[in-house]
Design a protein around this ligand. Structure first.
Ligand code: DQA
Length: 143
């Protein structure tokens, strides 16, 4: 089985961006963590990042054919994107939402996510470990 792991805008800056909130790990570090966790769980891993909402929508649409589950950190688009919500709903695949930070502890505009309503579950506040937990959850759902 194959899992598509999507990362939204500005996550390419991890490791340099607001380290006190997001930690020192780079996106490449998180990708390595995900590849190891997927291998352990017996899942093939497709790991991507985009700063563009439409590109994320295109990737979610193609996941209809190419993935069995979607793990997504939609970043700022969590709080704004009906398009990503609709694409995830149309994909008809199990979705696990991840955030590095605890969005509920932060500004009010981060408390609502359009993605949560189409996710099986949400993991937030555990940093990069959240991706590992999401992969374990996806593996459980798929097995
Ligand atoms: C984030 C939280 C979002 O509110 C923010 O816009 C991000 C990252 C997280 O992983 O904690 O870019 O999704």
């Amino acid at each position: 089985k194959r899992v598509l792991i999507l990362n939204g805008p500005n996550l390419n800056l991890l490791g340099t961006r607001e380290k006190s909130i997001y930690g020192a790990d780079t996106l490449a570090d998180i990708e390595a963590l995900c590849r190891a966790a997927c291998e352990k769980a017996g899942l093939a891993c497709d790991f991507r990042q985009s700063n563009h909402e439409g590109e994320l929508v295109d990737w979610i649409q193609s996941a209809r054919r190419t993935a069995d589950a979607i793990i997504i950190n939609p970043a700022a688009y969590s709080h704004t994107s009906v398009a990503i919500h609709d694409a995830l709903r149309a994909a008809e695949k199990p979705v696990v939402e991840v955030h590095l930070s605890n969005i509920h502890q932060r500004e009010a505009f981060r408390h609502h996510s359009y993605v949560s309503a189409v996710a099986v579950g949400v993991i937030c506040g555990f940093g990069p470990k959240g991706y590992t937990l999401a992969i374990e959850a996806a593996a459980d759902i798929l097995n």
